[in-house]
Design a protein around this ligand. Sequence first.
Ligand code: PXP
Length: 251
Amino acid sequence: MAQLCVNIDHVATIRNARGGSEPDPLHAAAICELAGAVGITYHLREDRRHIRDEDAYAFRRIVNGLLNMEMACTDEMVKIALKVKPDQVTLVPEKRAELTTEGGLDVVANADSVEKATRKLTKAGIAVSHFIDASRDQVAAARATGATHVEFHTGIYADHFDRERTLAIREAARIEEMCLYGHDLGLVINAGHGLNYRNVALIARLPYMNELNIGHALVGRAVMVGLDRAVRDMVALCATGSLPVDRPGSF
Ligand code: PXP
């Protein structure tokens, strides 16, 4: 089963809605770690719509567990990552107008720039993960361009889970096959996007699944029940496939 990394971006989204300093993503990160998250993930986007540069540096000072920086494969972002020094960088595709990351990074088509960024970051002691669709070509390209980790995009699985379960199951089977292939190539296997309290268990129990990056559903649940409980419930689902025994039937 898998460990939970909380994607903290949406705490910053709420903060930025009123231009002030609350809720503070740093406080949220500390609560997530105390509640059992193995790490904190943030996405420093080109348009700085949620996380800002100063947040990135501040996380480095206060996060004790894994600090995972999602970023586009650009010279600007590589420069910042080399200064911030997160434990891990996850290279993601980025389009200015998108609501959230759409699809995986096309490592096959962008092999030269992805390899250049990956090698630079690796040389600085930062682990590099590629956020990709679960396809054999992309997994092989991630390995060939120097990634030590891959994060499989679970968006299609998540989108279909409540509407067309057979399609979701088929997508999970495709991801499972790529978990086995990636592991055979020596890659550490992570996954994320669109995972929530209903659909996470099936992905958490895929073979060699190491870490799940979960943001929107978790921050949404925190609005209802508090961040501590939202994280504890998701940690339990990732680790065991069920909610904690003292909270059966949590919505
Ligand atoms: N992993 C990656 C690479 C992402 O870009 C995102 C969204 O920022 C997530 C995981 C988390 O997705 P969600 O907010 O849907 O849980």
